[in-house]
Design a protein around this ligand. Sequence first.
Ligand code: ASP
Ligand code: MG
Length: 423
Amino acid sequence: MRKPIMARIVMKFGGTSVGDVDRIRNVAAHVKREVDAGHQVAVVVSAMSGETNRLVGLARDVARLHDAREYDVVVSAGEQVSVGLLAMALQDIGVAARSWLGWQISVQTSDVHGAARIEAIEPEEMEAQFGEGRVAVIAGFQGVSSANRITTLGRGGSDTSAVAIAAALKADRCDIYTDVDGVYTTDPRMVPAAKKMDRVSYEEMLEMASLGAKVLQTRSVELAMAHNVRLQVRSSFDAPEASANGNDIVGTLICDEDEIMETEIVSGIAYARNEAKVTLREVADRPGIAASIFGPLADAAVNVDMIVQNMSADGKTTDVTFTVSQDELERTLGVLKSATTDLTFADLQAAPDMAKISIVGVGMRSHAGVAQKMFQVLAEKGINIHVISTSEIKVSVLIDVDYVELAVRALHAAYGLDDDLAG
Ligand code: ASP
Ligand code: MG
């Protein structure tokens, strides 16, 4: 007699999880566990670790200015290898499986090559596989445009593939298997007292992902939030049989705020080292000036983050400060110096070695004094704050990069996030 169908699950494995043949076998064992439990399973995989970088390097070497459509043909190839290998490994342990490339599903995307967005996914073919008791092993990171060309979703995009497929299949859960066992209150390599979170809301995770936590591609969290996909981050290095009979949630569940009973005021602390600060001194204080600065930057596709404009003392000129990522600093300065708008300034200053530290928590909405505490803690450590920005559920500050560790550790302790059990 066939077992009743328990749930429909999408399992996603990242590059390190499929990094070599032994690890691919280990992934197959994780998949088998869910199949044996009676679940319908679709698996999404990345390229073997290092592979996409290698392919990107080849594309750059062959021609610096290459056709973006051909770039996608090249860099999407890593996933083709891993789906085939995983399907073989599954068959080898008696699990019926077949591989699918993006265009075979099909995963339809926009035609922005290298950064395409998923527009539609047809679930019928995958559902037909389930009907025949087969696991669908799907290449992440790739899709097909309406012009019938291969596209890729941007680096780290297979998280987004997995969430989109889970949404299309109306899956009960999307499990992201990676090389860490969940989402932590902050980077555990920096703060040994960091705690794994059992649950975190979509909104908090979205802030943390875009503020520098590297566990998930930001876009994947946006999609999960929009489609209410319950996401779990867990480790692929756990023994595959470990969770066979126990709790389905062993890592961190990213879910709706309503599913979380007790929230901390600050749930997590994120940091990004790669920041640079740009200051324009004495720009004219009149309507249109911000547009004349940020318009040319937007046209050059420079991503501007924090922005402050000071009050002018004399009513004539003011200073404008903003941040960009370090890799874009040179380009930013070039654009501003050659801007053809009527932008004039007395001086253009750049400080490359900055970091952004952010505290995140939905509990901030209903508590006063959360930001003040952050400023106090940093003051006590003698850390100077260059720029501040806030939203409803986060406060970010820009500081000198040398103080990142000191700041993150102090804040982690001050908001009561330290794990008492850690050494
Ligand atoms: N293989 C792609 C990359 O390295 C996609 C992914 O890993 O999510 O960016
Ligand atoms: Mg990844």
